[in-house]
Design a binder for this molecule. Structure first.
Ligand code: NOJ
Length: 543
C-alpha cells in the first residue's frame, strides 16, 4: 500500500484542476509477461515514459476480474485484479512507482452494471422473484399474454432490447432483467441500500490502497425511472446519445454522487472522482461538478466537435460558461477508446494528422484539465480494416454486424523495433489480441523519440510549456476577432494561440517569441510575412 502524500509534498490540493490525465487502456498498453495481453507489470515498466511525456496522472481502464465481454466493463469481482492483468500486488506496485515518479493514479469504477458472472447476479438468478437477492438488479415480469414480451421498449446502447428473459433450471421462462449494455452486463438497482453500501466499501477498498481517484464509468447511469414506462422512440440511443431518456441523467443520480464525495473527502489527502457522463446539454453536465459532487466530467461535446473554428469556439465557450456557473472545472479531450481516433475523425491521412496536431495545441491551451488517450500522443490513426473474425466489441454482434465497433481505437501501442507488434509483447505477430499493423513502424515511440518534428515531440513540448507558463495554468481566456476559419485565443497575461482550421495558409503578424508550432511556419522572402499554413496551429508569448 502507498500513501499519495508521497507525491510532491506541499502540493496544493487542487492539482486536478489543471491536470493532464493519461488514459491507459491496459490490455493494449504494454505486455509485461509475454502472454500477448497488456498488463499491470507492463504498465509499470512504462511509467517513466508517462513521466517523460509530462502528464500529471494516469487513469487505468478496468483491470478487475471479468469475462471481458465489454473489455473489462463487465466486472465479476470489484476488489481484485484479473489474472490476465496481474495480481493485486502489481496494482500496488504501479501505484507506488507512479507516486515515486510524481504521477497520480486513477482507477475505473463501474457502478451501473456488473458482469452476469458476478456472485450477486448468479445469486439473484438462483433466487425467487421478489427476493432480496433479485432486488439488487432490475428484474421485472414480462408483458404480453404470458410475459413473453420485454417489460418495456427500452433498447440496449449496444443494440437490441435492453431486457433478457431468465429461465429456471428446468428451462421454464421467468422474469426479465434490465441491461442497458450487453446482456452479460445486468444493471444494478441503485434504490437498493445494500448496493449503495457495497459500493461505498469498494471505493474505500481502492482509496485505502492509495489510489488518488476514481473515474466513474457511466456516471449518468445508475438512477432509473422505475415506473419503467415505454419510451416510444424509433431511434436507438448509442454510446454518446444525448437525448433525454428515463434511464440516464436522472436527477436521483446526484444523491449517489454526493454520497461518494463524502467518502472521498473523508481522506486526509485529496482523492478525486471524474465522471463519464453524457447529458442532453452542457448545463445538465455541469450539475455533476457542483461543489459537493464530482471533481470533473469528461467532455464528449468537445470530443465530438468537427474541425470548424466556429464550432470549436462555441463548444469551448458553452463548456466554460456552464462549468463556471457552478464553480466547476472544465475538461477537454480529443479521443477515447469509445470513439474513432482523432487523426481519422478529423480527416485521416495527412490532413487528419495535421488537424489532430493543431487540435492538440488548441486543447492544451484551454483552461482546466485535459485527457490524453494512449496513442493520441503518437498520432495513431483508427485501424479501419481489422478482419471481421478479430472484432471483439459487443457492438459488432449486437448490431447484427452492421457496426464494426470500437476495436480500431484499441490497438496495442507500437513501442520499438522493426516488426509488429513493435515491442508491445515478445510473442510475435499473432498475439491472440488485436494486431498492431506493420504500417505503424514509423509511429513507434522509438522512431518518434528520434525525430524533433514527431507528434510525440509536439505533445512533450506542449505539456512542458503548459506547466511552465503561468498564463497556461490559470490565465483568463479571451478570443480575438479573426477571419473565418481561424481561432485566435489568448490566456492572460501573455499567451497567444492561433489555429488555422482552413486548408489554405493565412498571413499572420505574430509576436516575437514563438513557443511551439504544430508544423513549419514559412516566411515570404522579401517582405518577411509569416504564414500559418492550413490546418496548423502555433503558440506565442506576447510581450
Ligand atoms: C463505459 C465505457 O467507457 C465503455 O467502454 C463501456 O462500453 C460502457 N461503459 C458500458 O460498459
Amino acid at each position: 500500500m502507498t500513501d499519495s502524500t508521497a507525491v510532491e509534498p506541499g502540493a496544493p490540493d487542487t492539482w486536478w484542476r489543471t491536470a493532464a490525465i493519461y488514459q491507459v487502456f491496459v490490455r493494449s498498453f504494454a505486455d509485461g509477461d509475454g502472454d500477448g495481453n497488456g498488463d499491470l507489470p507492463g504498465l509499470r515498466s512504462r511509467l517513466p515514459y508517462l513521466r517523460d511525456l509530462g502528464v500529471d496522472a494516469l487513469w487505468i481502464t478496468p483491470f478487475y476480474p471479468s469475462p471481458m465481454v465489454d473489455s473489462g466493463f463487465d466486472v465479476s469481482e470489484y476488489c481484485d485484479v484479473n489474472p490476465m492483468f496481474g495480481r493485486l500486488a502489481d496494482l500496488d506496485a504501479v501505484t507506488e512507482e507512479a507516486h515515486r515518479l510524481g504521477l497520480r493514479v486513477i482507477v475505473d469504477l463501474v457502478p451501473n452494471h456488473t458482469s452476469d458472472q458476478h456472485p450477486w447476479f448468479v445469486g439473484a438468478l438462483g433466487a425467487e422473484p421478489g427476493s432480496a437477492d433479485r432486488d439488487r438488479y432490475h428484474f421485472r415480469p414480462g408483458s404480453g399474454v404470458d410475459g413473453e414480451l420485454p417489460p418495456n421498449d427500452w433498447e440496449s446502447v449496444f443494440g437490441g432490447p435492453a431486457w433478457t428473459r431468465t429461465a429456471g433450471q428446468d428451462g421454464t421462462p421467468g422474469e426479465w432483467y434490465l441491461h442497458l449494455f450487453a446482456p452479460q452486463q445486468p444493471d444494478l438497482n441503485w434504490e437498493n441500500p445494500q448496493v449503495r453500501a457495497d459500493f461505498d466499501a469498494i471505493i474505500r477498498f481502492w482509496l485505502d490502497r492509495g489510489v488518488d481517484g476514481l473515474r466513474i464509468a457511466d456516471a449518468h447511469g445508475m438512477a432509473k425511472d422505475t415506473s419503467y414506462a415505454d419510451l416510444d422512440r424509433k431511434a436507438q440511443s448509442g454510446l454518446l446519445g444525448s437525448e433525454p431518456v428515463p434511464y440516464f441523467d436522472q436527477d436521483d443520480v446526484h444523491g449517489i454522487l454526493r454520497g461518494w464525495r463524502t467518502v472521498l473527502d473523508s481522506y486526509p489527502t485529496p482523492r478525486i472522482a471524474i465522471g463519464e457522463a453524457v447529458t442532453p446539454t452542457e448545463e445538465r453536465l455541469a450539475r455533476y461538478v457542483r461543489p459537493d459532487e464530482l471533481h470533473q466530467t469528461m467532455n464528449f461535446r468537445y470530443l465530438s466537435t468537427p474541425w470548424s473554428a466556429a464550432e470549436l469556439r462555441a463548444a469551448v465557450g458553452d463548456t466554460l460558461a456552464a462549468n463556471d456557473a457552478v464553480g466547476g472545472v472544465s475538461s477537454w479531450m480529443l479521443s477515447s477508446p469509445d470513439t474513432q481516433r482523432v487523426v481519422t475523425r478529423l480527416g485521416d491521412g495527412e490532413a487528419g494528422l495535421l488537424r489532430a496536431r493543431s487540435a492538440a495545441l488548441l486543447t492544451l491551451a484551454l483552461p482546466g484539465s485535459v485527457y490524453i488517450y494512449q496513442g493520441e500522443e503518437l498520432g495513431l490513426p483508427e485501424v479501419l480494416d481489422l478482419p471481421e473474425e478479430l472484432l471483439r466489441d459487443p457492438v459488432w454482434e449486437r448490431s447484427g454486424h452492421t457496426e464494426r465497433g470500437r476495436d480500431g481505437a484499441r490497438i496495442p501501442l507500437p513501442w520499438h523495433g522493426d516488426r509488429a507488434p513493435f515491442g508491445f509483447n515478445t510473442v510475435g505477430e499473432d498475439n491472440g489480441w488485436l494486431p498492431t499493423p506493420e504500417s505503424w513502424r514509423s509511429l513507434s515511440v522509438e522512431q518518434q523519440e528520434a525525430r524533433s518534428d514527431s507528434t510525440l515531440a509536439l505533445y512533450r513540448a506542449a505539456l512542458r510549456l503548459r506547466r511552465e507558463h503561468k498564463a497556461l495554468v490559470d490565465g483568463d481566456l479571451s478570443w480575438d476577432q479573426a477571419e473565418e476559419g481561424v481561432l485566435v485565443l489568448r490566456r492572460s497575461p501573455n499567451f497567444l494561440c492561433i489555429v488555422n482550421t482552413t486548408d489554405e495558409a493565412v498571413p499572420i503578424d505574430p509576436p516575437r517569441t514563438l513557443l511551439l508550432a504544430s508544423g513549419p511556419l514559412p516566411v515570404t522572402p522579401g517582405d518577411g510575412t509569416v504564414h500559418l499554413p492550413g490546418n496548423t496551429a502555433g503558440w506565442w508569448l506576447t510581450d
